[in-house]
Structure formats: structure tokens, C-alpha cells
Design a protein around this ligand. Structure first.
Ligand code: FES
Length: 68
């Protein structure tokens, strides 16, 4: 399937992805609407660890490559 980062790229929406989607960077950081965030499964521990490095982390932040 396609993760959110790939969907963005497919639609020419700029979103970095330095590690190519293997959850080893935080450049694909996205901030989601509250209801969208709430509808998604919880981030994994690996994602949480990487999110902690993200610039401007918010309560509804995710890594784009980890949202499927
Ligand atoms: Fe590196 Fe998403 S592209 S964590």
C-alpha cells in the first residue's frame, strides 16, 4: 500500500523523506487535523522515538511515511 508520504509525493505535495520511509529520520513530519489523528492507529514506539526529534512537534504530529 501507499503511506501518506508517498501519497503526498504522488500529488506533488512537498514532503521530505530523507530515509526513504524506514522510520530513521523525522523529515517527513506532518501535523494532522485532530479528527484524522484520532482515527489512526497509535504510532509505534519507533515512530514515537523519531517524532521526538521532529522540529515543531505537536500533539497530532505523525511521520508521514508511517501513516498507512
Ligand atoms: Fe524518514 Fe519518514 S522518511 S521517517
Amino acid at each position: 500500500g501507499m503511506n501518506l508520504m508517498r501519497v503526498a509525493h504522488k500529488h506533488d505535495i512537498e514532503l521530505e523523506g530523507a530515509c526513504e520511509g524506514v522510520c530513521a529520520c523525522s523529515t517527513c513530519h506532518v501535523i494532522l487535523e485532530d479528527d484524522i489523528y484520532a482515527a489512526l492507529p497509535e504510532p509505534s514506539e519507533d515512530e514515537e522515538d523519531m517524532l521526538d526529534q521532529a522540529f515543531g512537534l505537536t500533539a497530532t504530529s505523525r511521520l508521514g511515511c508511517q501513516v498507512v
